[in-house]
Design a protein around this ligand. Structure first.
Ligand code: G1P
Length: 289
C-alpha cells in the first residue's frame, strides 16, 4: 500500500487581485466565511484527513496568517480573566491545530513555482497541496476522498468536478477515462483552455496529492498561461512518465476567492450554523426579492 499522507502544503502568496480592495493590505486567505478565515477551513480539512505537518507558502503582507495560528497571549489571558472559557478553548485550539511552518515565495511566478517552495519540506515524501480559495463542503472531507484513491492506486491524485459551459476556461481541464465510479485515469490536461479547446467538462479543483517527482517536473516546466509556471503544465510533463488519477469530489465546491462565490459560500455556511441558521433563514425569507 502507498505511504500515507502526513504533510500538507498551502500556497498563500497570491496577491488576491480578484478581491480588491479588501485584499490590499490583508491576505485573502484571512477573509472570514461567517467567523472563520478561509485558510482555517482547508487546514482543518487537511488535519481531519490525517495531516499533522503543514507548510504555508506565504509572501509579503501575509503575517496575519502566522499570527492567526500562533498563541495570542494577551487575548487568551483576557478571555480567562473574564471567564469566557469556550472562547478561550476555541482560540487556543487554533494554535494547537498542527505543526505549521512557513516559507516565503519571494516572487509571484505561478502556482507551480509556489509548490516548488515545498521541496525541502516534502523531503522525499508524498504530500497534499490545498488552495484555500477552493472551499469544499462535503460530508467526507475532500482530501480524505482523494487519499483513499491515492492509497489504492499508489499514484498522484487531483480533484475534479464538472463545470458547464464557457466557465470551464477558468480552470485546468483534464482529458480522462473513468476507471471506476468517480475515479478517472488522466490522459492529458491543459491549463485554462479556450472553451472550444477544452478536452472535457472536468475541471481541476484546488486539491492535489503529489509524489516527490513533481519537483523535478516543475524544474523542467517553462512559463505557460499568464507567463506563470503552472502546476498543470508540470503535471502534464509528469503524466508522460507515470499514471495520474482524478477524483470527482462528492460535495459542493465554492470559489471563495471570487466575490460572488464568496457571497454564496457565506450564505450556505451561515444557514448551516446551529447558532445563526434559523435567524438568518428568517431574515432571508423576509427579503422582498
Ligand atoms: C488554479 C489552477 C487551476 C485550477 C484552479 C482551481 O487556478 O491553476 O488549474 O483549475 O486553481 O481553483 P487559479 O484559480 O489559481 O487561477
Amino acid at each position: 500500500m502507498a505511504q500515507t499522507i502526513r504533510k500538507a502544503v498551502f500556497p498563500a502568496a497570491g496577491l488576491g487581485t480578484r478581491f480588491l480592495p479588501a485584499t490590499k493590505a490583508s491576505p485573502k486567505e484571512m477573509l472570514p466565511l461567517v467567523d472563520k478565515p478561509l485558510i482555517q477551513y482547508s487546514i482543518e480539512e487537511a488535519v481531519s484527513a490525517g495531516c499533522d505537518s503543514i507548510l504555508i507558502i506565504t509572501g509579503r503582507d501575509k503575517s496575519a496568517i502566522e499570527n492567526h495560528f500562533d498563541i495570542s497571549f494577551e487575548l487568551e489571558q483576557l478571555l480567562k480573566e473574564k471567564g469566557k472559557n469556550d472562547l478561550f478553548e476555541q482560540v487556543r485550539a487554533i494554535s494547537d491545530i498542527a505543526k505549521i511552518s512557513y516559507t516565503r515565495q519571494k516572487q509571484a511566478l505561478g502556482l507551480g513555482h509556489a509548490i516548488y517552495q515545498a521541496k525541502d519540506f516534502a523531503g522525499g515524501d508524498p504530500f497534499a497541496a490545498l488552495l484555500a480559495d477552493d472551499i469544499v463542503d462535503a460530508e467526507k472531507p475532500a482530501l480524505t476522498q482523494m487519499i483513499d484513491v491515492f492509497e489504492r492506486y499508489d499514484a498522484p491524485v487531483i480533484a475534479t468536478m464538472q463545470v458547464e459551459g464557457e466557465a470551464i476556461s477558468r480552470f485546468g481541464v483534464i482529458d480522462a477515462d473513468e476507471v471506476e465510479p468517480g475515479v478517472f485515469k488522466i490522459k492529458d490536461m491543459i491549463e485554462k483552455p479556450a472553451f472550444e479547446d477544452a478536452p472535457s467538462d472536468l475541471a481541476i479543483i484546488g486539491r492535489y496529492i503529489f509524489t516527490p517527482d513533481i519537483f523535478d517536473a516543475i524544474e523542467r516546466t517553462a512559463p505557460g498561461a499568464g507567463g506563470e509556471i503552472q502546476i498543470t503544465d508540470a503535471m502534464r510533463l509528469l503524466l508522460k512518465e507515470r499514471p495520474f488519477y482524478a477524483v470527482k469530489l462528492d460535495g459542493v465546491r465554492h470559489d471563495a476567492g471570487d466575490k460572488l462565490g464568496f457571497l454564496i459560500a457565506t450564505v450556505q455556511y451561515a444557514l448551516k450554523r446551529d447558532d445563526l441558521g434559523d435567524a438568518f433563514r428568517a431574515y432571508l425569507r423576509s427579503l422582498e426579492l
